[in-house]
Design a protein around this ligand. Structure first.
Ligand code: FE
Ligand code: FE
Ligand code: ZN
Length: 291
C-alpha cells in the first residue's frame, strides 16, 4: 500500500501543530495542506504557524517529512502570460511559496498548470514554461513543483499526459518539476482509472514514472470524459471503490503519498473512515451513514 493521507486544515490557533494532529487522528501516513486560504494569496509569517511544534510531532509519530505535500492556492495562473498582472503576481507568489514550503522543512508543492483563457493550449504551454522558468531561475530551495493533471474544465491545460510530455521536452529545469496525478481529474479527462496498469503505462510512456511524486485519490461525481472536476467520496462516484483501491495499492505507487480530497459528509471529515477502508481493501456501502 502507498502512503495514505488527506487534505488537512491549517487554522488558528494551532496551525501546523493542529494540521499534524488532524492527520494523526485519521491514522494517516502523510497529509497535504494549504499555507493559507486556498482562494487568496494572503499568508501569515512562518513564525506564527507553530512549525517547530508540528515538526516535533511529525518526528515523534515517525512520519516521513519528504512525503508531506503543500498545495498552492488556485488563484495562481501561469498559463496565460497575456494577463500581465495575474501572471507576474503568480510568479512572485510561487517564488515566496517555495520559500515557505522549505521553511516547513518540506519538499513537495502541488501546482495547477493553469488556464489559457481562450488563447489555446499552445499559448498555455508557452506561458507555463516562461512563468515557471522565471520562478525557478533565482530559486535556491530544494522543493519540487508537482504539476497536477487536470479535468479539462473550461480552458484548463494539463488534462492529457501529452501536455506534460511536451512540457518536459522543452522546460529548462526539468529536475525541479514532477507530476501529481488526480484520479478524479484524469477520469473526467477521459482516462480509465479502473485499468491501473494501462493508466500507469501511458503515464510512463509519455511522462516517465519517475516523475510521479504525488497522487490525489478521489472518486468523481461525473462520468469518464465529462471535464467537470467534482470530487466524490470513495465508492460513491463513477470510478468506484475497487478501482480506487486497486490504484492506491498498485506496487508502482508503493512509496508515493496518496492524498484524499473527498468532500466532507454532514460537516464531518471522511478521511479516517476512507483511509481505513483503503487499508482493509473492502468496501462498506454504509460507511458514510456511520460517520
Ligand atoms: Fe489540486
Ligand atoms: Fe487534486
Ligand atoms: Zn479537483
Amino acid at each position: 500500500m502507498s502512503l495514505l493521507g488527506s487534505h488537512v486544515g491549517l487554522s488558528s490557533p494551532l496551525y501546523y501543530l493542529g494540521a499534524v494532529q488532524e492527520a494523526l487522528s485519521y491514522k494517516a501516513d502523510t497529509f497535504m495542506f494549504y499555507t493559507g486560504a486556498p482562494q487568496n494569496a494572503r499568508r501569515k509569517p512562518l513564525d506564527e504557524l507553530r512549525i517547530p511544534e508540528g515538526r516535533a510531532l511529525i518526528r515523534q509519530a515517525c512520519l516521513d517529512e519528504s512525503k508531506i505535500v503543500v498545495h498552492a492556492p488556485y488563484i495562481v495562473n501561469l498559463a496565460n502570460k497575456d494577463k500581465e498582472e495575474t501572471f507576474q503576481g503568480s510568479i512572485e507568489f510561487i517564488q515566496s511559496e517555495l520559500l515557505r514550503v522549505s521553511g516547513f522543512g518540506l519538499k513537495l508543492l502541488v501546482l495547477h498548470p493553469g488556464s489559457h483563457v481562450g488563447h489555446g493550449v499552445e499559448h498555455g504551454l508557452d506561458s507555463l514554461i516562461l512563468g515557471l522558468s522565471k520562478v525557478l531561475e533565482n530559486d535556491s530551495t530544494d522543493v519540487t513543483i508537482c504539476l497536477e493533471t487536470m479535468a479539462g474544465k473550461g480552458s484548463e491545460v494539463g488534462a492529457d499526459f501529452s501536455f506534460f510530455h511536451q512540457f518536459f521536452a522543452r522546460f529548462p529545469y526539468p529536475d525541479r518539476v514532477a507530476v501529481c496525478l488526480d484520479t478524479c481529474h484524469v477520469s473526467d479527462a477521459g482516462y480509465d482509472v479502473s485499468d491501473a496498469d494501462a493508466l500507469l503505462g501511458e503515464f510512463d510512456r509519455l511522462i516517465g514514472l519517475e516523475k510521479l511524486k504525488v497522487v490525489h485519490l478521489n472518486d468523481s461525481k461525473n462520468p469518464r470524459g465529462s471535464h467537470k472536476d467534482r470530487h466524490e467520496n470513495l465508492g460513491y462516484g463513477a470510478i468506484g471503490f475497487d478501482a480506487l483501491h486497486r490504484f492506491a495499492s498498485h506496487p508502482l505507487l508503493k512509496d508515493i503519498p496518496v492524498i484524499l480530497e473527498t468532500p466532507w459528509v454532514n460537516e464531518k471529515a471522511p478521511y479516517g473512515a476512507e483511509i481505513s477502508l483503503l487499508r482493509e481493501g473492502k468496501f462498506d456501502p454504509s460507511w458514510r451513514q456511520k460517520l
